[in-house]
Ligand binder design. Structure first.
Ligand code: UD1
Length: 359
C-alpha cells in the first residue's frame, strides 16, 4: 500500500512526525513525505524536521506564500502531478491549513482515498480560513481520525457515515510526550532571562487578531500592561511581525523573539506561568502540560481543552485579557483532564486503522 503523507505549514510537522515513525514499523506500507512548501523559512519549517527527526521530504512542491486562492491553486497544480506520477493508494493529510484542503481536493478528484488526521473540529466561524479547510477536507475524506468525541458528533451531524470516523486521540500530544524530557534540557530560558513559572508566553498569528490594526493595538496594549507585573516573551510569527511594522505599533516592555523551534518552544511553554495565544495547538499542549492558557479568540474548535484542560476563552478585548491574567496569576484557575486518548498512542491507532483499510 502506497501512501503520500502531506505537510505544508508549521503545525503539520509535529502531527506527521509520530505517524511517519509508526508507518516505518509497518513493512507493508510504502510511504512518501510530500512538503508543499506553504511554510519555507528555516524557523517555520526546517528546524522542526531536525528537532523531531522527520525525514527529508521525498517531494517538495515549493509553493510559498500567496493569497488563499493563489496558494491553494499552486498546491493543487503541483500535487496533481505528484499524484499522477506516484499513483498512491491513500493520501494522508493532517490539520486544517491550505495544504490540507488543496491536497484533499486533488486526491478526491483522482479517486484516491483520503485520510484526515484531526477531523471534525469546528469553530462554527466561517470567517476563519481554517474552518473552510476543515469543512471541505472532511466532506471529501474517506477515513476521518478524530481527537475528541465532540468532533465525532460534528461529523455525524454533517452526515458523515459513522463507519468512516475513528476516534484515535491526538498525534500532537504523541509528539509532546515523546519530546518533553529532551525539551526540558533546551538552553532557552536563561538566554531570555526567564524564570520557571515567572513569565507570560505569547503567540499571535490569526488574521482576525493581527490583520486589524485596532484589534492588534488593543492586544499589544494589554500585553504591555501585563509586562509591568511579569515579563512577557513574545516569539513573533512572520505575519505578525509584518503587521506590527506596517501599523507602526509599539512593543515597548515586551521581549520579542524570532519563532522558536519545537524543542525550545516546548521548553518555554512547560516553564511559563501563563500562556496567551490564538493558536489551536497551544490550547492542546497547555492542557497536557497543566499551564493556564488564555485564548485570545471568540471561539475554539477544541472545546475539550476547556472542559478537560486549562484553556480559558478570553477574546481579544484588552479589559477582558487583563482581568483574566489577574485571575490566573492570583491562582484562580482549575486544571482538569487529560482528555480521553491523549496518551501518546494516537499515531499507533491511526496506523492500525490504515493497515486494515485495504486488507
Ligand atoms: C498558516 C495556516 C494557519 C496556521 C499557521 C501556523 C492557513 C490558511 N493558515 O497561517 O492555520 O495556524 O499557518 O503558522 O493555511 N511567511 C513567512 N515565512 C514562512 C511562511 C509564511 O514569512 O515560512 C509569511 C508570509 O508573509 C505569508 C504570511 O507569513 O504571506 C502568512 O503565511 P500563510 O502560510 O499564508 O499563513 P499563516 O498565517 O502562516
Amino acid at each position: 500500500m502506497k501512501i503520500l503523507n502531506i505537510v505544508g505549514a508549521r503545525p503539520n510537522f509535529m502531527k506527521i512526525a509520530p505517524i511517519v515513525e509508526e508507518m516505518n514499523k509497518a513493512p507493508e506500507l510504502e510511504h512518501l513525505l510530500v512538503h508543499t512548501g506553504q511554510h519555507y523559512d528555516e524557523g517555520m519549517s526546517d528546524v522542526f524536521f531536525r528537532d523531531l527527526g522527520i525525514p527529508v521530504p521525498n517531494v517538495h512542491l515549493g509553493v510559498g506564500s500567496g493569497s488563499h486562492a493563489e496558494q491553494t491553486a499552486r498546491i493543487m497544480v503541483e500535487f496533481e502531478k505528484v499524484c499522477l506520477k506516484e499513483k498512491p493508494d491513500l493520501v494522508n493529510v493532517v490539520g486544517d491549513v491550505n495544504s490540507t484542503m488543496a491536497c484533499t481536493i486533488v486526491a478526491a478528484k483522482l479517486l484516491v482515498p483520503v485520510a484526515h488526521v484531526e477531523a471534525g473540529l469546528r469553530s462554527f466561524d466561517r470567517a476563519m480560513p481554517e474552518e473552510i479547510n476543515r469543512l471541505v477536507t472532511d466532506a471529501l475524506a474517506d477515513l476521518l481520525f478524530t481527537t475528541s468525541r465532540d468532533a465525532d458528533e460534528n461529523l455525524k451531524r454533517e452526515g458523515v457515515d459513522a463507519a468512516r470516523i475513528h476516534f484515535v486521540g491526538n498525534v500532537m500530544i504523541d509528539t509532546l510526550l515523546k519530546h518533553r524530557e529532551k525539551a526540558a534540557a533546551a538552553d532557552v530560558m536563561s538566554r531570555f532571562g526567564m524564570k520557571k513559572g515567572g513569565f507570560a508566553l505569547v503567540t499571535l498569528h490569526r488574521p482576525s487578531n493581527v490583520d486589524d490594526p485596532e484589534v492588534l493595538k488593543g492586544i499589544l496594549e494589554a500585553l504591555q500592561e501585563v509586562s509591568r507585573t511579569i515579563p512577557v516573551l513574545f516569539p513573533m510569527h512572520p505575519r505578525t511581525t509584518k503587521r506590527i511594522a506596517e501599523f507602526g505599533l509599539s512593543l515597548d516592555g515586551i521581549t520579542t523573539a524570532e519563532p522558536f523551534g519545537y524543542l525550545e518552544f516546548l521548553c518555554l511553554t512547560s516553564n511559563a506561568g501563563i500562556v496567551l495565544t490564538d493558536s489551536g495547538g497551544l490550547q492542546e499542549e497547555t492542557t497536557i502540560l497543566g499551564i493556564p492558557c488564555l485564548t485570545l479568540r471568540h471561539n475554539t474548535e477544541r472545546p475539550v481543552t476547556i472542559t478537560h484542560g486549562t484553556n480559558i476563552m478570553v477574546g481579544p478585548d484588552k479589559k477582558r485579557i487583563l482581568e483574566a491574567v489577574r485571575r490566573v496569576t492570583n491562582g484562580d484557575w482549575h486544571p482538569a483532564g487529560p482528555p480521553e486518548y491523549w496518551d501518546g498512542r494516537a499515531a499507533q491507532r491511526i496506523v492500525e486503522v490504515i493497515r486494515r483499510f485495504r486488507s
